[in-house]
Design a protein around this ligand. Sequence first.
Ligand code: PLP
Length: 370
Amino acid sequence: MIRVTRPALGDAELRAIKAVLDSGFLTQGEQVARFEARVAAVTGSAHAVAVSSGAAALHLALMALGVGPGDEVITSDFSFPATANVIEIVGARAVLVDIDLATFNLDVTQVEAAVTARTKAIMPVHEFGLMAEIEPVQQVARRRGVAVIEDAACALGAVQRIAGRMVPAGSAGTVGCFSFHPRKCVTTGEGGCLTTSDPALAARLRALRNHGLEPGPGGAELRAPGLNYRLNEIQGALGVAQMERLDWALAERRRLAALYDEALAGCERLQLPQEPKDSRHAYQSYVVLLPADVGRDMVIERLRAAGIEAVRGAYAIHRLAYYRARPSNTASRFPSATDADARALALPLYAGMPDAAVQRVADAMRGIVG
Ligand SMILES: Cc1ncc(COP(=O)(O)O)c(C=O)c1O
């Protein structure tokens, strides 16, 4: 079976984990700090705060920015549900905006119209590893005095030219949120990280991930209740070893994506992943858009019969029961996300995937789609 993804793990990870077990020190410490330093360096951020998942990172970002009941946060309708869930969990309202079907990212032309007096933040999602168009989002956020929270769960290593400067995902907003789930380019099993250039925000995030406890000269103080969202040392050590592979993993993903592009080029009925000229895609997933007259379930079944795993892309959040129940979330407002919900398909892609496997998947897709 050609799996949709496989983490790249080896002896370096085993040695790193064994060293932690041998040390007997398992909870957040030196290894997590080393991992944070690497994430900060890669994202060009002054501060990185590791947490237990991507959802935890998004949750803490909202808590640290004081988003709560009565507030609204604007985000993309096409994402993993965690993006909108955390907004609702803090008691605020997720205001969903449709996407641009070519990139699967937020349609930035619709963002300003979604801003109200209650808007506290805009949360663009860098879907499948391609950064959302950030400059227009930054401009709206500046004009309206709201924060930008990047859902960069899938986008470690993605870059976008903004005002003539190459800006890595995670440093284009007030705060960036990453996931290190095994489907991501770098994994800690489960894990996440926040990045920011704001030292006060970083300090609040560090306290919130550790029950709200802040270190101080007279001992720990607690100004706001927090959670236990710490990453442990085993995960930290795994993350450090994984970060050593990052440049290779990103380059491999790009190379394999280009192989797919080439092998599927004649298949005009498929929309292949786009890379706008000012963006460098991190290819967390290679997601194609199927023709409207080809059922995705049938394609998944036929690929499976050929020994190939493929899965849906992401979710049109407004279609999920909790969000569907809200009268404002009518399907007519989200034509592109609805289309992507039905037609987006993630093909196998991971660093270390053999070239012949890419060819096999492409051949099977051509046979099925025509
Ligand atoms: C866009 C996006 N946001 C948030 C998350 C949540 O990350 P985690 O699974 O690490 O909680 C995911 C997970 O895949 C995601 O794809």
